[in-house]
Design a protein around this ligand. Structure first.
Ligand SMILES: Nc1ncnc2c1ncn2[C@@H]1O[C@H](COP(=O)(O)OP(=O)(O)OP(=O)(O)O)[C@@H](O)[C@H]1O
Length: 258
């Protein structure tokens, strides 16, 4: 493992399903407090990279380190400890439909803390208020809008005060206004907690609105061909595909890379 002071260090990572290599030789850092975006065309391996970062898939080669410690060579108990510092929201929100919003947020607190009922209720009310869902504790996921469901999922993800927040396409399926509100919320939460945010998205408003750093995975060459502030990449990348991805829809028809 090479030396790095980054919060998350991707080290010569090659990802494959069986013999089929999805991306090879990825090396980059995600610094503490970054809002880091994983970009790239459809099928390039963005979700696969996120699954590697979450320790759900073992790399074909290379490693991922958190605070300088290798995840994949750590013993299972240590991996579990690392995981407890992460909050995750999935594309669909992943809320349990038979539970109220409050019960959904309660779940990780019941599983991973020794708080009593009153303490848990207090944290749950606080987290729901943080995402603007004060008063919606007793609603079921199906009774609120898509944007509210995503915010409730976010409240659950921050229940244990994670130091890293992972998002897979957070604004998928949302209208532009709800999407913008969610971006603002992610940015506010990052600022107030200092957490590192890692998200897969191809939404340009999110990328330009809140990302501080990014990587671009290329489906064709199967490796990263862009790394840096997305606005800088848009204006200065030597890779036409990256510039095209980052300017699509801006004066031209939506292209097929997204
Ligand atoms: N479990 C799996 N087994 C085999 N191949 C898979 C598996 N999951 C994904 N793939 C393939 O790996 C490639 C990368 O998929 P992935 O979902 O990571 O891409 P993505 O960039 O997130 O795509 P999208 O933007 O369309 O969501 C695709 O070719 C996909 O078909």
């Amino acid at each position: 493992m090479s030396e790095s002071r980054a919060h998350i260090h991707i080290d010569k990572l090659t990802m494959a399903y069986g013999d089929f290599v999805i991306q090879r030789d990825l090396s980059f850092d995600i610094n503490r407090g970054d809002i880091f975006v994983i970009m790239g065309g459809s099928g390039c391996g963005k979700s696969t990279l996120l699954k590697h970062m979450l320790g759900l898939i073992t790399p074909a080669k290379g490693d991922i380190a958190f605070n300088g410690q290798s995840f994949f060579s750590a013993p299972p108990a240590r991996q579990d400890e690392m995981r407890q510092g992460w909050g995750i929201t999935y594309q669909t929100g992943g809320m349990f439909s038979a539970m109220t919003l409050a019960e959904n947020v309660t779940l990780p607190l019941q599983l991973y803390t020794d708080f009593n009922r009153d303490q848990i209720a207090e944290v749950v009310a606080y987290k729901l208020a943080l995402v603007g869902l004060d008063g919606y504790q007793d609603y079921y996921p199906s009774e609120v809008s898509g944007g509210m469901r995503k915010r409730a999922a976010l409240a659950r993800a921050i229940a244990l005060d994670p130091e890293i927040l992972f998002f897979d396409e957070p604004s998928a399926g949302l209208d532009p206004i709800s999407s913008r509100l969610l971006d603002e919320l992610i940015q506010q939460l990052q600022e107030s907690t200092g957490a590192t945010v890692v998200m897969v998205t191809h939404e340009l408003p999110s990328i330009y609105g809140i990302a501080t750093n990014s990587v671009y995975l290329d489906a064709h060459t199967r490796t990263m061909i862009g790394y840096g502030d997305p606005k800088h990449l848009r204006d200065h990348s030597n890779e036409p595909v990256v510039r095209q991805f980052l300017t699509r829809g801006l004066g031209a028809a939506e292209d097929s890379t997204a």
